[in-house]
Design a protein around this ligand. Structure first.
Ligand SMILES: [Zn+2]
Length: 323
């Protein structure tokens, strides 16, 4: 059987940093899982004891949070696996795939929320609306809302620091859950203390729309990565960085794509016509090093094009000279 004799020369340092980042993200996700389990368990127990349908619904919403956190943990666990004959670049894309699934889950939860909001509003106008009952269920919803908001902030903070897309997705999930819990709390307070019953269905409808929007944001960022999209702004920054490398006369094109949170660069550069093969290779390697200093570039695939004879003889074409 024909076997790939040599693996791609993927940066060991970038791989190590990525593994560390995944490990940290996974620890935060385990904390998220614990909080979700505790809050959902408490809400379902208190909701059942108090006969509060709103609190039970909120607990069920938090149960779906558990499912998406588990999906992210599984995705991160797979993405850490080293490259094999089937995945030469490694399994980084599993993280984007897990984020996509978490976004899809949120989108579906939002749809269910909107649907319930509509049916409850219709029931309200029909006059057969059953109010959420006891006021003390509001305290549980408040505790849930505050915990979710704290974790949203924490996840967002770590996601910004580590550029982890799974934690960013988790932070969005927590924000939706915090707002859902706040909505539930307002609905319970409004209905049981002030007798305003329309807050509950309207809150469900509005929150459903917000959860759908949030889910779509996660879906679009992960879909961009999965469909090999690359920011034009980052591309021009990369072109500028490549042009600073001595010996590079011009950059014909640069394209990048994501593998998880890591980047793979493809480029074509113009070098002087009389540059030796060894020198060309050295220039390509220094381009890779310069890019890796500021970006998580796994490897660069650079094609070299010799400059036309007339151009390379013009010294003014060379922007940077070797020191
Ligand atoms: Zn594989």
């Amino acid at each position: 059987m024909l076997k790939n004799s040599k693996p791609i020369s993927i940066s060991k340092l970038i791989t190590k940093i990525s593994h560390q980042r995944i490990e940290n993200s996974r620890n935060v996700l385990f904390l998220n899982l614990l909080v979700y389990a505790l809050i959902a368990g408490a809400e379902l127990t208190i909701g059942a004891a108090d006969h509060s349908t709103a609190l039970i619904a909120d607990g069920q919403n938090n149960l779906t949070g558990i499912v998406s956190v588990i999906a992210l943990i599984v995705g991160l666990t797979f993405s850490k696996r080293p490259s094999d004959d089937f995945h030469l670049e490694g399994h980084w894309q599993f993280e984007s795939l897990a984020v996509f699934l978490a976004g899809l889950g949120m989108f579906l939860v939002g749809l269910v929320c909107v649907w319930e909001g509509i049916t409850r509003t219709l029931a309200f106008f029909d006059g057969n609306y059953t109010a959420p009952l006891k006021g003390q269920a509001a305290y549980m919803a408040a505790i849930s809302g505050i915990s979710m908001l704290t974790l949203c902030w924490f996840n967002h903070f770590i996601a910004q620091k580590t550029q982890s897309s799974s934690l960013a997705a988790s932070a969005r999930d927590f924000l939706s859950d915090a707002l859902t819990s706040t909505g539930t709390m307002l609905a319970i307070i409004g209905a049981s203390w002030f007798g305003i019953h329309w807050i509950d269905p309207v809150a469900a409808l509005l929150l459903g729309c917000f959860i759908i929007w949030n889910g779509c944001q996660i879906l679009s960022t992960s879909a961009e990565k999965l469909s090999n999209g690359f920011s034009p702004q980052l591309r021009s920054e990369i072109i500028e960085k490549i042009l600073t490398v001595s010996g590079v006369l011009d950059v014909m094109f640069v394209d990048g794509r994501y593998s998880g949170n890591n980047i793979i660069i493809e480029a074509e550069i113009t070098l002087a016509n009389d540059d030796s093969l060894a020198k060309s290779y050295r220039i390509c390697k220094s381009i890779e090093q310069i890019l890796q200093a500021s970006l998580p570039v796994l490897y660069c695939c650079i094609q070299v094009k010799p400059a036309p004879k007339s151009a390379s003889s013009h010294p003014q074409a060379i922007v940077w000279k070797p020191l």
